[in-house]
Design a protein around this ligand. Structure first.
Ligand code: NAP
Length: 259
């Protein structure tokens, strides 16, 4: 299917690895020029180079922490007027509800709620003026079904989800859609980190930890960044203009719910 977005320009945050990279690659395959961001310059440059070589699109990079004001200023200066924004950042650490104090919550809110909101506020007005735009926020299945040890993530992402629910309806009339993609377990560095946590807590091997987590997924496996990126690119396509304010689960059926 031709996604109809060849020649558009996208900012993809936290994109040197994992799900963000999956989104960047799928958009590039559809002919979209990219501004890619991550903190570490080396992996970012390597991923950008691979995308340029494979898909022939223009890719610029900004090595910066997207959860800070200075980081966002640097990214926005390079991005200019983009048509597509993919919001992403690392997830907060796991822990117990008794562990977290105000500072931990502020950090999680900055990273996973206030950073994407700041980028939406900076970029969506231009999209509305030009009459077309797409925003996809990478959140988590924990928005629909809480993961107890990820309480900081559950809280911050629920806040972003509430904001998107209202805001997406305020901008849709100008051709701009805002939606959330909710990853279940995907085979990325983040999944390896969570497998390691299970392996250490339960004194089992990494293979056993992975098998234990795969058993919670009806599809029987982890998702891939390629599958995730393809869903993101479709949401950014010209065919998805009627999808507004939705929370789309990509979890291999892990959340056991009818709706
Ligand atoms: P990942 O493989 O660890 O990749 C994270 C990417 O984000 C890297 O490119 C990293 O590069 C960049 N990054 C992290 N913090 C950043 C920051 N402050 N500013 C700019 N870039 C930053 O993680 P992932 O699995 O793709 O996860 C992406 C998001 O989805 C996370 O929020 C995660 O919690 C959520 N999620 C993932 C899963 C899963 O199973 N994978 C499930 C549910 C939710 P640098 O470190 O160089 O900055």
């Amino acid at each position: 299917m031709d996604l109809g977005i060849r020649g558009k320009r996208a900012l993809v945050c936290a994109a040197s690895k994992g799900l963000g990279l999956g989104c960047a690659r799928a958009l590039a395959e559809a002919g979209v020029d990219l501004v890619m961001n991550a903190r570490g310059a080396e992996a970012l440059e390597a991923s950008a180079r691979a995308i340029r070589d494979e898909f022939g699109v223009t890719v610029s990079t900004v090595a910066a922490d997207i959860t800070t004001e200075e980081g966002r200023a640097a990214v926005l200066a390079e991005a200019g007027a983009v048509d597509i924004l993919v919001n992403n950042a690392g997830g907060p650490p796991p822990g117990m509800w008794t562990d977290w104090d105000r500072e931990d919550f502020i950090k999680a809110l900055d990273a996973n709620m206030l950073a994407p909101i700041a980028l939406i506020k900076a970029l969506v007005p231009g999209m509305m003026e030009r009459g077309w735009g797409r925003v996809v926020n990478i959140t988590s299945q924990s928005v629909k079904s809480p993961i107890a040890i990820l309480g900081l993530s559950n809280s911050a992402r629920a806040g972003l989800t509430g904001y998107v629910a209202g805001t997406s309806r305020q901008v849709a009339g100008k051709g701009v859609t805002i939606n959330n993609l909710l990853p279940g377990i995907h085979a990325t560095d983040r999944a390896v980190a969570l497998d390691t946590g299970v392996s250490q807590r339960e004194g089992i091997s990494m293979d056993e930890a992975k098998a234990q987590r795969c058993a919670t997924i009806p599809a029987g496996r982890y998702g891939t960044p390629e599958e995730f990126g393809a869903a993101c690119a479709f949401l950014c396509s010209r065919h998805a203009g009627f999808i507004v304010g939705q929370n789309i689960l990509l979890d291999g059926g892990a959340v056991n719910a009818t709706l």
